[in-house]
Write a protein that binds this ligand. Structure first.
Ligand SMILES: Cc1cc2nc3c(=O)[nH]c(=O)nc-3n(C[C@H](O)[C@H](O)[C@H](O)COP(=O)(O)OP(=O)(O)OC[C@H]3O[C@@H](n4cnc5c(N)ncnc54)[C@H](O)[C@@H]3O)c2cc1C
Length: 310
């Protein structure tokens, strides 16, 4: 039996994956979407989304993703509840790419990679339980909930300083907790943060304990130089120690940057392989928002449609 060659296979069921599925199905590309190891993606780990356009009273992450899935199904996207374990990506124009899952495979002329990224965790107790209840990975998403309150940011790199800078304009005090005795971030960012009067930098420090059961009430910090333990009462803990893009299976086939993110042609979702497009957090070390992911999912479907019809 000759196996069918599809036009569009999408990997990922976050906002980028579903947005690309809606556009691709409306363009008659009959997409097949693999939900992957985290059905619904990162948003399913948060409580409220308050910054997505069109939801004036906010929406829970789970409800939002359910709506995305329903919308994709309405246009007949075929959803497969599995993960892609390996890929063979062709170098040829209109070549056939092969995706492996469990003991099967599927062939397609077009692929949209929307496998997202995962935030790095501190690895301490209650950290996962209190996500959305004080523990956050995104100041732009959750900073507003801590207006005029005390918060802490963990990390000493660019992201952590960006987060601390953003929060310093909303919150009363920001404790920046840095493991080393120096900041890794760019000099320009350091200069900006050092000027902020309500940012207090705690060097040589690790968060060792989260205080609070139903929501975050504070943290305990250990200064490993002075050997001192200190408690801080805070309403928000923003963990900014990095993200890991889910690109392991593409490593030797797609161009990746130093952080492992897929490199796309500027202003497009085009990768170095013809017919392979990348959307959402997996190709975006900078913005990492639901709305930017959905936007690039749309771009990927349009880029793929153009590729197939050229
Ligand atoms: C706790 C938290 C709260 C957040 N709050 C907000 C917020 O309020 N507002 C906002 O705009 N943003 C928020 N974000 C950021 C937002 O969640 C991300 O920017 C967005 O989800 C990225 O979408 P994505 O589709 O690119 O990838 P993701 O949501 O990361 O989804 C990736 C998908 O790829 C799938 N996948 C991975 N590997 C494979 C594989 N091998 N085969 C098939 N599928 C695979 C996964 O199962 C998953 O479905 C938050 C993030 C976190 C962690």
């Amino acid at each position: 039996m000759i196996k069918k060659v599809h036009n569009c296979v999408i990997m990922g069921s976050g906002p980028a994956g579903y947005s690309s599925a809606i556009y691709a199905s409306r363009a008659n590309l009959n997409p097949i979407l693999f939900v992957g190891p985290q059905p619904g993606g990162q948003l399913t780990t948060t409580t409220n989304i308050d910054n997505y356009l069109g939801f004036p009273t906010g929406i829970t992450g789970v409800s939002f993703i359910e709506k995305c899935e329903r919308q994709a199904k309405r246009f007949n996207t075929k959803i497969i509840n599995k993960s892609v374990s390996n890929v063979y990506l062709s170098d040829k124009n209109k070549g056939i790419h092969r995706l492996f899952f469990e003991k099967e495979y599927i062939d397609s002329r077009g692929i949209i990679i929307a496998t997202g990224s995962s935030p790095k965790f501190l690895g301490i107790e209650k950290e996962r339980k209190l996500i959305g209840l004080g523990v956050s990975f995104c100041a732009t998403c959750d900073g507003f909930f801590h207006k005029e309150k005390n918060v802490a940011v963990v990390g000493g790199g660019d992201t952590a300083l960006e987060e601390a800078n953003y929060l310093s304009k909303i919150c009363k005090n920001v404790y920046l907790i840095v493991r080393k005795n120096y900041l890794k971030a760019s000099k320009a960012l350091q200069y900006r943060i050092l000027k902020r009067k309500n940012v207090n930098i705690l060097y040589c420090s690790n968060v060792i304990k989260i205080i609070g059961n139903d929501f975050l009430e504070g943290i305990e910090i250990f200064n490993h130089e002075k050997k001192i333990y200190t408690k801080f009462l805070i309403s928000g803990l923003f963990i900014a120690i990095g993200h890991i893009p889910n690109t392991d299976i593409f490593k030797n086939q797609l161009y990746l940057d130093d952080g492992g993110y897929i490199i796309v042609k500027k202003g497009t979702t085009i990768t170095n392989k013809p017919g392979v497009f990348a959307a959402g957090d997996v190709q975006d070390p900078n913005y990492r928002q639901a709305i930017t992911s959905a936007g690039s999912g749309c771009m990927a479907a349009l880029d793929l449609e153009k590729y197939l019809s050229s």
